[in-house]
Structure formats: structure tokens, C-alpha cells
Design a protein around this ligand. Structure first.
Ligand code: CA
Length: 218
């Protein structure tokens, strides 16, 4: 799952980015609202963590612009402003969740996971298809109850596919979902990871739809 972090405070930004990376997310971090706006229109994200007080374009205005352009991307607002009015304003502007600074990193991660879960209409944190189960918080994949050892990228690809069961995702879409800025992507990296995933999980779990992309078999 790839997230955009829009945060101008370098200390908070560094800590949040580090925590999210440790939790297995792909994270791009920008430090003002206009960079945030540009990133959202140019990249594919599964969610945005948005500070309100930002240089150049504040978080609430950015959020209002996204929603008036019918962009449904999940947004969690973080703000130091304690007033109930600000929180209501944020939620009215289309935020999916609101976290007050200073916040606990574990709580932020739990809330981000809850947002992802709501987006995939799932009631459980576990993602299950057939004999396969992926636990995003423990970073564990099992097949028939047996743990399958996956690399970080293999895990990330499987998580993106399981997040949208039945949807065919192109190689480019998978690539955008599991690589952040500054990460070196080999020309056939995604295919190599998919090949290894199918070797480890069995070829029946991930379907290759010729010329279109890949999906989780139902
Ligand atoms: Ca700020």
C-alpha cells in the first residue's frame, strides 16, 4: 500500500515516514500543500496523511479541492488544532479520519489500516482468499495455516492484489503501488516478483490476464 505524507514539520515527517515504512507501507513525503496536490494528481496512492497547517496551500483547501474534483482517495487529517470546530471542519471537508497532534505512531498506523480496510469493504484486518491469508499488521502470509516466507516487495504486491480481489491490475499499476520515489525499479522487476510469488504460493493464486495484468483468483 502506497501512502502520501503531506507534513511540513521535519521531525514529525521523519518519524511518521519511518514508522510507516517499518509497518510495511510505501511512503512518499512532501512538505507543502502544492507538492501534495501535484503528487496526488501524478501518482497512484492508497491513502493520504494530511497536515492542516502547510506552506503554500493548507490541508483543508487541498482536501476540498480533491473532493470537489470527485477524488475519493482516503484522507486522514493530522492537526495540532484542538478546537472541535476545526475537527468538524476537516471531516466536513471530506476527511475520512482525524488525528490530533501529538499522536502515537501506533495509533496512526492502526487508523491508516482501518482506512484501507474500509476502502476494501472488509470487516477484518486479515485478507483471505481460499487457503491464503495475509495479516497486514503482523506482516505474515500463510497458506493452509503454514507460514510462507516472502520478501518485502512480494508481500507488498500480494497485499495490493488482495486489497482489490477480482480486479485486474496492470504491471504499471502494481509498480506504482509498491515503489515510492527514489526507489530503483528494474524494467522487469514486477514480473520477477510475481514469478517468485507464484512459485511460493502456487500458480493458481495469482492469475495473469494476458495483455492486461494480474489478479487474485477467486
Ligand atoms: Ca504543519
Amino acid at each position: 500500500m502506497r501512502l502520501l505524507l503531506v507534513e511540513d514539520d521535519p521531525m514529525i515527517g521523519r518519524a511518521v515516514r519511518h514508522g510507516l515504512l517499518q509497518a510495511g507501507f510505501v511512503v512518499d513525503w512532501v512538505t507543502d500543500g502544492q507538492f501534495g496536490q501535484a503528487a496526488i494528481s501524478n501518482e497512484v496512492y492508497d491513502g493520504v496523511i494530511l497536515d492542516i497547517g502547510l506552506p503554500r496551500l493548507d490541508g483543508l483547501t487541498l482536501l476540498q479541492q480533491l473532493r470537489s474534483a470527485q477524488n475519493p482517495i482516503p484522507v486522514l487529517i493530522t492537526s495540532a488544532r484542538d478546537a472541535v470546530r476545526d475537527r468538524i471542519e476537516g471531516l466536513n471537508a471530506g476527511a475520512d479520519d482525524y488525528l490530533l497532534k501529538p499522536f502515537d505512531l501506533d495509533e496512526l498506523i492502526a487508523r491508516v489500516r482501518a482506512l484501507m480496510r474500509r476502502q476494501s469493504m472488509s470487516t477484518s484486518n486479515l485478507m483471505t482468499v481460499g487457503a491464503l491469508t495475509l495479516d497486514p499488521s503482523r506482516r505474515v502470509v500463510t497458506k493452509n495455516g503454514e507460514e510462507v516466507a516472502l520478501t518485502a516487495k512480494e508481500f507488498a504486491i500480494l497485499e495490493v492484489l488482495l486489497h482489490r480481489p477480482g480486479t485486474v491490475l496492470s504491471r504499471e499499476r502494481l509498480e506504482e503501488s509498491v515503489y515510492g520515489w527514489g526507489e530503483e525499479v528494474g524494467s522487469n522487476a514486477i514480473e520477477v516478483h510475481l514469478h517468485n510469488l507464484r512459485r511460493k504460493l502456487g500458480t493458481d493464486v495469482i492469475r495473469n490476464v494476458r495483455g492486461v495484468g494480474y489478479k487474485i483468483a477467486e
